[in-house]
Write a protein that binds this ligand. Structure first.
Ligand code: ADP
Length: 715
């Protein structure tokens, strides 16, 4: 060899390679090299340059492999020990120099080395703690004569690596003597603390006196993103912290900073808003940390996530508020505006519209009309409002019949990204009544939850529209019924009056044949009944429509009731139940005497009509304890009214089953008229819910304290 190196020929010596001290030294060298700042790549390059070779490698060799810790001119990172030329260097612990691996005098080089394109090789051992642990080597694909200068350059590189390793080893050994037991204890405590904090459900964060984070657990990292141990201003996700109303939080407003400033922060709400991601809500509690002698050392804060609770409460409140608005039966446009306003405030969306099908019958999409809009206050520098109205969206959603998102809305402010829009059809049982269209800048809540909320709101609006429609229909029906009754009543009254008048005349004729008289009397009686029914019907229609005048004047109700009882007993004749009266004298009410008499007559006639002759009727009148109302009760022991008939009792034309099957005459209008009259007096008329046979009707009227005359029109 040109530089006086050894030549391999003895093969590998497993005993040397596998020696434990040597392997320990290799392992230590590997760690030292990994953690040190030794410029290994540069040294490998220098070795190649000094040896004027295309390839330079610094490698370590354990029992099985040669690892390239740094390499220049080759992409390989390791070779098995059996194929490595380095193993010869390590085994013999002397340099190995080969000018031509194919020369007849060349050592036995594994064929794989030749195959790998190595024509010439020169390797010098690297040591640690006296053991050869690897080599610095150069290689050339072509055979060549290594010069002394080239070999000494490679040798220098190997010596440099050995020297640097020794120095690093010594430094590390020294450093380890500096690690005090307290430090080790601290590190242990720290690990314990980390484990403890990591096991909590609560996020915990602490800062030092300068506001630099000194500790946070896994849960905190989940909330605030990847925080570093920095001052709060430098936290990467600082900008996501907001007040619950959506205003960004300044650094000094952060609960941890407020705690550091000395405030005892208790359950302070905080909102984390990251662009399109769903909002998350937290409650923060924190306090300042001080040493025993009062020096501020930092602050600590615990954070609970309350997103679900906050959202659920917000949505519930919104739904309740919407239901309340609609309960008040406001005009349609006003109802729409208020509902939309509540929804955009809850979702913090900028704009919403209510579209309704114009015609009640025609569901033609072209007739969708915008009834109401609501827009958030325009934030300075915020998006332009309102955006393009959602007519097309409403039409599509109405045809589709289901809730739909549209994310292709273009932003008016020219900023990039689509504007999410949502269309929610408002449905009745069988058709689409309209559509709510809502526009967002960003959807901060989970879309599924937003959909649930808006489906609920649309259902409320749908019910409101249906209610409104049925009220309108009922009013129209009542109007046409009254018109009908008026028309028919008047038309029938005139011929009936002539029938009655002529039968009267004929009955008065003494020449009337005896066999015709009873028949004519039936005609006369039935005509009278019909006239009575028509009179009642017209009366009821007049009371309902407010055309009947009720004059309220100071009235002695006791007198009216007493007179009605006397007349009723007289009319009933001897074969009638006993009537007992308990009338307090001088009960005065503001009233219309003929009308009140009509009511009392009706109650008495019913009591006598529906009670057998051996029964009893009691009439009681009194002013109640406070003197504010007068109460009249008409009780009987008659056939009574079954529970299932009670709700219909005051409906016009209602007749009880028992009354009908006993063929007791009646039209079913008396109670309806009586109640209309009583209500025009601001009183009540009801059946007393009392067990036992018979029935009791109770009439209650307000007593005018002053007794002043008053005139009211029924409403
Ligand atoms: P009418 O008595 O002409 O049928 P009303 O309106 O006065 O009409 O009464 C309606 C129905 O209520 C009666 O048909 C009867 O079935 C029932 N009713 C009213 N008063 C009594 C009563 N005192 N006892 C039993 N049933 C009664």
């Amino acid at each position: 060899m040109a530089g006086g190196g050894a030549r391999p020929g003895t093969g590998s010596d497993a005993a040397v390679l596998g020696r434990p001290e040597r392997l320990a030294a290799v392992e230590r060298a590997r760690m030292l090299l990994a953690s040190s700042a030794i410029p290994l790549e540069r040294l490998a390059r220098l070795a190649a340059a000094g040896g004027r070779a295309p390839v330079g490698v610094i490698s370590l060799l354990d029992a099985e492999r040669e690892y390239f810790v740094a390499a220049h001119g080759t992409a390989r990172t390791e070779v098995p020990a059996s194929l490595s030329l380095c193993q010869h260097v390590v085994n013999t612990d002397v340099p190995l120099v080969i000018d031509d691996v194919d020369a007849p005098d060349a050592p036995q080089v594994p064929s794989a080395v030749r195959a790998a394109g190595v024509g010439a090789y020169a390797g010098f051992p690297v040591h640690l703690s006296g053991a050869a642990i690897g080599a610095v080597c150069v290689a050339d694909p072509a055979a060549r004569q290594w010069t002394a200068g080239e070999l000494s350059a490679v040798s220098d590189a190997a010596s440099t690596v050995t020297a640097l390793l020794a120095k690093q080893d010594a430094l590390t050994a020294h450093a380890s003597t500096l690690v005090s037991p307290e430090l080790i204890e601290n590190i242990r405590n720290r690990a314990f603390l980390d484990a403890l904090l990591g096991s909590l459900d609560t996020a915990v964060v602490a800062c030092d006196a300068h506001g630099r984070l000194i500790m946070f657990n896994r849960q905190m990292r989940e909330i605030s993103g990847d925080v570093g141990f920095d001052s709060p201003d430098a936290w990467p996700d600082r900008k996501y912290a907001h007040h619950p109303d959506g205003r960004p939080m300044h650094t000094s407003e952060l609960p941890l900073m407020r705690a550091l400033a000395g405030e005892h922060v208790r359950s302070e709400p905080m909102l984390m808003r990251r662009g399109e991601q769903p909002d998350r809500h937290y409650l923060c509690s924190g306090r300042q940390l001080r040493t025993e002698d009062g020096a501020i050392v930092g602050a600590v804060m615990a954070i609970h996530e309350v997103t679900e609770m906050v959202r659920a409460t917000r949505y519930k409140d919104c739904e309740v508020a919407v239901a309340r608005v609609l309960e008040g039966e406001p005009p349609l446009a006003e109802a729409g505006r208020q509902v939309l306003q509540l929804v955009i405030e809850t979702l913090q969306w900028p704009y919403a519209e209510l579209w309704l099908h114009d015609s009640e019958r025609n569901e033609d999409e072209a007739e969708l009309r915008r009834w109401a809009t609501a827009a958030a206050v325009v934030v300075p520098g915020g998006p332009d409002l309102p955006p393009a109205p959602g007519h097309r969206l409403a039409r599509v959603a109405s045809g589709y019949g289901h809730l739909m998102w549209a994310d292709d809305g273009v932003r008016d402010d020219g900023s990039s990204g689509p504007r999410p829009a949502l269309a929610v059809p408002i449905r009745s049982a069988e058709r689409t009544l309209g559509v709510l269209t809502l526009f967002a800048e960003a959807v901060h809540d989970q879309r599924g939850l937003v959909e649930d909320l808006l489906s609920g709101i649309a259902a409320h609006v749908g019910m409101f529209l249906e209610r409104r429609r049925s009220t309108q229909l009922a009013q129209a029906l009542a109007r046409s019924k009254d018109e009908y009754i008026g028309l028919v009543g008047h038309e029938m009254r005139t011929p009936l009056t002539s029938i009655s008048a002529y039968t009267d005349l004929v009955l008065e004729d003494p020449a009337l044949a005896d066999d015709l008289r009873p028949m004519l009397e039936v005609v006369h009686r039935n005509a009278a009944t019909l006239r009575g029914i028509i009179a009642n019907l017209l009366d009821l229609a007049a009371l309902d429509s407010g055309h009947a005048r009720i004059n309220l004047n100071p009235t002695d109700l006791s007198d009216t009731v007493a007179a009605a009882v006397t007349a009723a007993i007289e009319r009933a004749g001897a074969d009638a139940p006993v009537v007992t009266v308990e009338i307090t004298a001088g009960v005065r009410v503001p009233g219309d005497v003929p009308r009140l008499r009509q009511v009392v007559d009706n109650l008495l006639s019913n009591a006598l009509k529906y009670t057998p002759a051996d029964g009893a009727v009691v009439v009681r009148l009194r002013a109640d304890g406070t003197g504010a109302t007068a109460t009249l009760e008409v009780a009987d022991t008659g056939m009574g009214i079954p529970v299932n008939e009670r709700t219909n009792l005051f409906r016009r034309f209602f007749r009880g089953r028992a009354a009908k099957s006993a063929s007791i005459p009646g039209s079913g209008l008396g109670l309806a008229i009586s109640r209309a009259i009583v209500e025009a007096h601001h009183g009540t008329l009801e059946l007393v819910d009392r067990p036992g046979p018979g029935s009791t009707f109770r009439l209650t009227l307000p007593v005018s304290p002053s007794g002043d005359a008053a005139e009211v029109q029924p409403e």
